[in-house]
Design a binder for this molecule. Structure first.
Ligand code: GUN
Ligand code: FE
Length: 437
């Protein structure tokens, strides 16, 4: 048995999306064998503890559940900031050629190591990840995550048309390769496989039929795909699938609109589509930096919530422009401000943690600081830069502090990241020395 205790300002977003968090200003989290054993005021949590138990004092820093990023692309680091186009041209001109390189295991391995390092540096401990259509890209990514004992959800992209030949599979191959990857990786350690048709424009009717069969054979698996991101994309789907009333109907007809199905973007949905997603218990994933960068549009958070859709917040690297969930939340606020909707700091931090856990169907494992959940944690410094320190002099409440932290913060604010109670990232060794009081 291994035990470790962390002291600091402990914050967990245990209530609904707009509720104030549970906060212990002089708090502690006790971890036993990778799971949270106790959370509360430090005196209570640490009372009677065996003197041999290691205690790490994070002093004035904030201890939260690790950030969760429900939508990003492992092979797209080297297309971030590829400019001058909207979605369909961006895919054809930059993204598909880049992903074509990932049939080489070593390319996928190097990108996976880079991505995981970058996520942990940003305080993100779980993600929903698209690999490429090459099965070895999934082997590379999951192999790296297994080595670091991370909870990750990922899948091989299925795509059999409207892309360069080196990226295409076939209905049979997409099915068989996914099946083999599920057998190899799903449920191994903390890894979960996601059935991943890229999006309707790159799958033939036959491939969607095969995907329907795969999904029916694995009713508990995640599904991840893209939906209603861009007007040109939506018009193309209407052309390719004239029998379906709208974009969402294509996925519904193939049994893909269900619980633990995560639909990236969902910007231009009709009322009918929103209620279909809500009824099915599916999730809409808001990707603000990507939606701004590609000029895709402004996500309607209030509309999605009113329809009963679970909403997640994600980076969508590399249409997105930052790995940091803090940067992502700051841009989410601005997108919603343009829609006349005001995201509060509590709602933003809820989204990054408990809300994203719910959007990924992982709320019984991660996303809150509660006994029995996995001890994936991020430690944040709200005074990380000189400007943040100066700003915080005027932050009178926790809500103000968190809002300024998400508006000004990035990976520099991440003091340390823990997975199963093990430190997997440490900002220049500062975590175990005393930060400014
Ligand atoms: N739609 C289909 N593929 C992609 C992708 O890689 N990025 C984004 N943003 N949208 C997509
Ligand atoms: Fe995406």
């Amino acid at each position: 048995m291994t035990m470790i205790a962390l002291k600091g300002r402990v914050l967990s977003f245990d209530g609904g999306p707009t509720d104030a968090p549970t906060c212990h200003e002089h708090g502690a989290v006790l971890v036993r064998d990778g799971l949270i054993e106790a959370v509360g005021p430090a005196e209570a949590v640490l009372a009677g503890l065996d003197p041999g138990v290691r205690i790490i004092d994070h002093h004035r820093h904030l201890i939260l559940p690790g950030f969760i990023d429900p939508h990003l692309h492992m092979p797209q680091t080297q297309v971030i900031g590829s400019f001058g186009t909207e979605l369909m041209e961006w895919l054809a001109k930059y993204t598909f050629p880049e992903e074509s390189r990932y049939g080489d295991f070593d390319v996928a391995k190097a990108a996976s190591v880079f991505l995981v390092d970058e996520l942990l540096r940003s305080g993100t401990t779980t993600a929903g990840v698209y690999c490429t259509s090459h099965p070895q890209s999934v082997d590379a990514f999951f192999g790296e995550c297994e080595r670091r004992q991370l909870r990750m959800v990922a899948g091989k992209v299925m795509m059999d048309r409207n892309a360069p030949p080196r990226l295409l599979d076939t209905p049979e191959r997409g099915y068989a390769e996914s099946k083999a990857l599920i057998a190899r990786w799903h449920g191994r350690g903390r890894l979960e496989y996601a059935i991943t048709p890229r999006f309707a424009p790159t799958s033939s009717e036959a491939q969607l039929e095969a995907t329907k069969r795969l999904a029916a054979e694995h009713p508990d698996l995640h599904v991840q795909t893209h939906l209603s991101e861009n007007h040109g994309e939506i018009a193309f789907v209407a052309e390719l699938f004239p029998q379906d009333a709208d974009y969402t109907a294509v996925y519904e007809r193939h049994g893909l609109v269900r619980r633990k199905a995560m639909f990236g973007h969902c910007i231009h949905l009709s009322e009918r589509e929103r209620s279909a997603l809500g009824r099915a218990g599916a999730s809409a994933i808001f990707c603000p930096t990507s939606n701004l960068f590609l000029g895709s549009g402004l996500f309607d958070l209030a509309g999605c919530r009113a329809a009963g859709i679970r909403v997640g917040l994600a980076t969508d690297i590399g249409g997105g422009t930052s790995y940091s969930m803090l940067r992502t939340a700051a841009e989410a606020y601005k997108v919603l401000a343009l829609r006349g909707q005001k995201l509060t700091a509590f709602e933003a931090f809820h989204l990054m943690t408990a809300g994203n856990a719910e959007a990924m169907g992982l709320e019984t494992r991660i996303g809150r600081l509660q006994p029995g959940l996995e001890a994936d944690l991020v430690v944040l410094d709200s005074h990380a830069t000189p400007a943040m320190g100066w700003r915080m002099e005027r932050a009178g409440t926790l809500a103000e502090e968190l809002f300024a932290l998400m508006t000004m913060g990035d990976d520099r604010a991440v003091v340390a990241t823990y997975a199963l109670g093990r430190r997997v990232h440490d900002r220049q060794g500062l975590a175990e020395t005393s930060p400014r009081e």
